[in-house]
Design a protein around this ligand. Structure first.
Ligand SMILES: C[S@@+](CC[C@H](N)C(=O)[O-])C[C@H]1O[C@@H](n2cnc3c(N)ncnc32)[C@H](O)[C@@H]1O
Length: 193
């Protein structure tokens, strides 16, 4: 699966990475990216997904809908922030229901940790926001601990006055009444420790 990443051109439409840009890491089949792009036509939405089949399906949908402000690339979340998006290039980074990797020996595979926070800090524009959402309480506690140990982010209210469509997993968990934990963090001027 991951080995197939190279089989998909890592292409982006010309000039796509322009403000105002929002990034959805682990965008799955892109429901959130597509709905946001439809809802906010003056903003650009970039999905990042490691599973190539999902990327291709989502691209087909974006093309079918004629959405010029949405795209999805095949890639890893952390690497994409570090290597593909210009520093300060994103206004919002969304991370919704990242894989929790519950076994202790697998925690190292989790996307959100101190290293990720440093990369997100570098990618966000001044005042930009990182929005984290998970159904996994231990992972959420680990996210909060990583944030507490880092500099450069301040919690802000989750409700920012915008209407957000449900992600695929959010909808699934809402249907079975599973609790969801949320954290919105504004990028502060200080570099993340
Ligand atoms: C649990 S699903 C959540 C999907 C979506 N964000 C939602 O809320 O419906 C996690 C998704 O992230 C993708 N993923 C996992 N780790 C990733 C990584 N390091 N970089 C990019 N995508 C990743 C998985 O392939 C999967 O599609």
């Amino acid at each position: 699966m991951d080995g197939a990443l190279t089989a998909v051109p890592a292409d982006l439409p010309p000039d796509f990475l322009r403000a105002p840009l929002e990034i959805d890491l682990g965008c799955h089949r892109g429901r959130f990216v597509v709905s946001m792009a439809e809802r906010y036509p003056d903003r650009r939405f970039l999905g990042v997904e490691r599973q190539v089949g999902r990327v291709l399906r989502c691209r087909a949908k974006i093309t079918r809908l004629g959405l010029g402000n949405a795209w999805v690339i095949a890639g890893e979340g952390l690497e994409t922030l570090r290597e593909r998006v210009p520093a300060g290039g994103a206004e919002v980074i969304h991370v919704s229901f990242p894989d929790p990797w519950p076994k202790r020996r697998h925690h190292v595979r989790r996307l959100v940790n101190a290293e990720f926070l440093r990369a997100a800090h570098g990618t966000l524009a001044a005042g930009g926001v990182l929005r984290l959402m998970t159904d996994d309480a231990p992972y959420f506690a680990a996210m909060e601990a990583a944030v507490a140990a880092s500099a450069g982010f301040a919690p802000v209210p989750w409700d920012d006055g915008r209407e957000y469509p449900e992600t695929e997993f959010q909808r699934k968990f809402a249907e079975i009444g599973k609790p969801v934990y949320r954290l919105a963090l504004r990028r502060e001027a200080t570099a993340s420790a």
